[in-house]
Design a protein around this ligand. Structure first.
Ligand SMILES: Cc1cc2nc3c(=O)[nH]c(=O)nc-3n(C[C@H](O)[C@H](O)[C@H](O)COP(=O)(O)O)c2cc1C
Length: 454
């Protein structure tokens, strides 16, 4: 799908406005135009001609609108959010005239079929308009501590700040999603009307980018402060600052694992920890990494869900013809890993794997929601498929086939049981002197408990 995204930094009456147009080809954005125009009619005609049928236009928002309280709810929110970044609004007295100009322009856009996009579904077709506050977008998208002030201050500081803003646009927009192909931007002039023109165009470019971000991500990665009746501003979520991986480290201090606390049986010990993970309301505490290797010896690892753990072993369900199914046919041994970071704990389990008896797989399959049951039939897990539509077509066919009857278990789907040979419990401790306790199965059913160096 082809889309266009336009940004406008509306100037004062009889002053110039900056315009930017981005083109989306289905994979990335490119800069299609930067321009400067004066009259609202010219601007509207420019947009009408270049935007085509599918476009989002972003207007640099007037941040203050006079009502009884002096501000719209959206503006108050923007102020409280961005005050700390020194990104305050224009003074209200200037904003009133500015607002009237913006709302007038917004009506002109509505007449051209650009609907208000505050409730726009993401990836929508059609013509839409939104309001954007570039200062807020700048601190959020580029993860800055404060705004780059290129509109106020001495000439020298404005020029330096505009250079910085230009470099940020050049460096950061190609790195974001959706990515902007590195644009050709005008250089920063030494002053005068030319300087103002570049300011307006770069502002417009950022507005156009926010339009694209809003269209692409919707509310998943943007907030809409306010609504079309009250006035609204689209604000991208703050991008998490990139932290060097080498700087990520955690000190573990929650608990220790003294031998005196251990159950004699590792499955009982596992249940004690799993119960604590459940009580701590960890997300998916039964998700575990399953590692397998076929005859070629290449290891493979993926997450599956633990569905039972008892004297008979650790049980999970899958497609017997999947990658892991074939590897386990060739080499019926596997390792499991649980990681519960909030509890600073890891559990590693290794042993022999066998298929569950069909009646046990049957019994579990019957407890699954009908949609999951049909999904098991529909997915030739780990095979290459043509498209998402292929899957959806298969599912629709199966819904028809099993419309009146309970869904039977597919013969190629069922459970595996891993009987542990070793189980290791790891508890994080300060200074990397973690506790590691390993249980090893001895002939006759007893367990040897050993402490390992961290
Ligand atoms: C949280 C989570 C839970 C999963 N649970 C299962 C599961 O229980 N069974 C399963 O077959 N795949 C599950 N998957 C998908 C697998 O990780 C994997 O993509 C799939 O089984 C195919 O792996 P394979 O090609 O190595 O066989 C899960 C994935 C995630 C992220």
């Amino acid at each position: 799908m082809r889309m266009r995204f336009a940004g406008i930094d509306l100037g004062w009456e009889r002053r110039e406005s900056g315009l930017a147009l981005l083109d989306w080809d289905g994979a990335s954005l490119s800069l299609a135009a930067l321009d400067v125009l004066s009259s609202p009619d010219e601007i509207a005609a420019w947009l009408d001609q270049r935007c085509g049928a599918d476009a989002v236009v972003a207007i640099d928002a007037p941040t203050v609108i006079p009502n009884e309280t002096g501000m719209r709810a959206a503006d108050r929110l923007t102020h409280s959010l961005y005050g700390k970044y020194d990104a305050g609004a224009y003074p209200a007295s200037r904003a009133r005239r500015y607002w009237l100009r913006t709302t007038g322009f917004s009506q002109a856009l509505e007449a051209l079929g650009f609907k208000h996009g505050d409730a726009m579904p993401s990836r929508a077709a059609g013509r839409w308009q939104v309001e954007v506050y570039p200062n807020a977008a700048m601190v959020q998208l580029f993860a800055l501590g404060r705004i780059v002030k290129y509109k106020r201050g001495t000439l020298a500081s404005r020029i330096a700040a505009l250079r910085r803003f230009r470099l940020l646009l050049l460096r950061e927009l190609p790195r974001l999603t959706p990515a902007l192909a590195p644009p050709r931007l005008p250089s920063v002039p030494a002053g005068g009307a030319a300087l103002k023109r570049v300011e307006d165009q770069l502002d417009a470019l950022l507005c156009a980018y926010v339009a694209a971000h809003w269209w692409y991500w919707g509310r998943a990665l943007n907030d809409v402060l306010g609504d079309a009746s009250q006035g609204y501003i689209v604000v991208p979520h703050r991008r998490a600052a990139r932290v060097p991986l080498a700087d990520l480290r955690q000190s573990y201090m929650l608990a220790g694992l003294p031998e005196s606390d251990l159950h004699a049986d590792p499955v009982a010990q596992f249940h004690a920890w799993l119960d604590q993970a459940l009580a701590a309301q960890l997300p998916e505490p039964n998700a575990m990494t399953l590692a397998t290797a076929g005859l070629d010896g290449h290891p493979h690892a993926r997450i599956v869900l633990l569905k039972d753990a008892g004297p008979g072993g650790f049980v999970f369900f899958t497609n017997y013809e999947s990658g892991k199914g074939r590897q386990l046919d060739e080499n019926p041994r596997a390792a499991l890993v649980f990681y519960w970071p909030q509890l600073e704990r890891q559990v590693r389990i290794a042993g022999a794997v066998s298929r569950l008896p069909p009646e046990d797989s049957e019994a579990y399959f019957l407890t699954r929601p009908r949609g999951h049951q049909l999904g098991a039939w529909a997915s030739p897990q780990s095979s290459v498929i043509e498209s998402r539509e292929t899957l959806e077509r298969r599912l629709a066919g199966l819904e028809e086939r099993f419309a009146q009857v309970p869904v039977p278990r597919p013969p190629f789907w069922g459970g595996y049981r891993l009987v542990p040979q070793t189980v290791e419990f790891w508890q994080g401790r300060p200074n990397r002197l973690h506790d590691r306790i390993r249980y090893r199965a001895l002939p006759g059913g007893a367990w040897l408990i050993e402490r390992l160096a961290p």
